[in-house]
Design a protein around this ligand. Structure first.
Ligand SMILES: Nc1ncnc2c1ncn2[C@@H]1O[C@H](COP(=O)(O)OP(=O)(O)O)[C@@H](O)[C@H]1O
Ligand SMILES: N[C@@H](CCOP(=O)(O)O)C(=O)O
Length: 327
């Protein structure tokens, strides 16, 4: 359960007086997520999500996330809306943390994503990319290449406790990715940057909503695709499922066609996406705050994904023909 900061009932009831949300009926910490403390609130007017922003989130970035959700919702993406208080503000403080209430989205995230889910997320991601095109505020990706070295430095001395040889493996990969090979000329825009299956809700096989914009930023759109290939297209036995990848990429391409340069960059972007999540997971694995109710995610899952992408020689391995998408 990701609750790093607890909230007392009387404190919350007082907090809610700043909103037109009625009286608090009940609330509970949410048993998912690893980044922030989240609570499900039931009030006399409905259900809401309360987020207390923790560790990796810079306070200065919060207006970006909240404005982005509003922008995307206004442009056809089903995502939560920040709830404003009577003073017109959505962002305030609770229990010493920046805090915001957002609307509750119906739907269930898929525990075992199937091919239809992968197609749904491909279409949804492309629509989100198009919807973000005219969003005016910019936020650099703090967890791109330049952000990986500090994470490595924070974990390197204990990496081999997690897997012998991991430190050297990570060092070599980081050296490669920071040697000038990382693309700089691919189409950019607003990316979600964490579109894992626990951040996409479905009703049956139909995508019903996207949540958790805590890592959203401006970066290469194809990098978001690479993050999804990792998050959606591997099986529990760690094998890559090319059928899911093809379904995901084809559905994406029907809404926003990938350029040949983007296709060609996918193996490298997928390596970068793999090391990014490997490193944050490793740091979290080695630094669980005492008393926090959180289940850290397995960094080694991403070692296997990274090794797979290191072995890729052609985009055919992702279900693509080099010259374009398969029909
Ligand atoms: N707007 C929402 N509507 C419904 N459930 C939500 C909403 N936002 C978050 N949740 C629930 O809370 C969980 C954790 O939220 P998430 O934003 O992924 O956490 P974190 O802030 O740690 O990244 C989600 O998996 C989901 O179950
Ligand atoms: N998706 C990340 C962890 C952070 O995401 P959250 O949405 O679960 O808080 C990972 O799998 O490493």
């Amino acid at each position: 359960m990701a609750v790093y900061t607890d909230v007392a009932a009387d404190e919350l009831a007082d907090f809610l007086k700043q909103y037109d949300l009625g009286e608090l009926l009940s609330y509970k910490g949410i048993a998912e997520g690893v980044e922030n403390s989240n609570f499900l609130l039931h009030t006399t007017t409905g259900s809401f999500i309360l987020t207390l922003y923790e560790k990796r989130v810079a306070k200065n970035d919060l207006p970006y996330f909240l404005a982005l959700m509003t922008h995307l919702a206004e442009h056809g993406v089903n995502c939560p809306l920040p709830v404003k208080g009577r003073d017109g503000e959505a962002l305030r403080e609770l229990s010493g943390r920046p805090a915001a209430i957002i609307t509750f989205l119906e739907g269930v995230w898929p525990r075992k994503p199937n091919v239809a889910h992968c197609a749904g997320v491909g279409e949804g991601l492309a629509k989100m990319h198009l919807a973000g095109a005219n969003f005016a505020i910019k936020r650099a990706n703090a967890l791109s290449v330049a952000g990986w070295r500090p994470l490595f430095d924070a974990a390197a001395s204990r990496a081999d406790e997690v897997q012998p040889g991991l430190r050297a493996f990570l060092a070599a990969e980081l050296d490669h990715l920071s040697s000038g090979v990382w693309p700089t000329d691919l189409p950019e825009g607003v990316i979600h940057a964490d579109l894992f299956n626990d951040n996409v809700f479905f009703l049956g096989d139909r995508l019903s909503g996207i949540i958790d914009f805590t890592f959203a930023c401006n970066d290469m759109l194809a990098y978001d695709i690479a993050i999804c290939l990792n998050a959606w297209c591997f099986e529990p036995d760690h094998s890559f499922n090319v059928t899911k990848a093809r379904a995901f990429l084809n559905a994406y391409g029907r809404v926003r066609k990938l350029s040949e340069a983007e296709e060609a960059a996918l193996p490298l972007l997928a390596r970068g996406a793999a090391i990014r999540f490997l490193l944050t997971r490793l740091v979290d694995w080695l630094n669980v705050p005492p008393g926090a109710l959180v289940k850290p995610k397995d960094p080694l899952e991403y070692v296997r994904k990274l090794r797979f992408h290191q072995s890729v020689t052609s985009v055919r391995d992702y279900g693509l023909m080099p010259s374009g998408l398969l029909a």
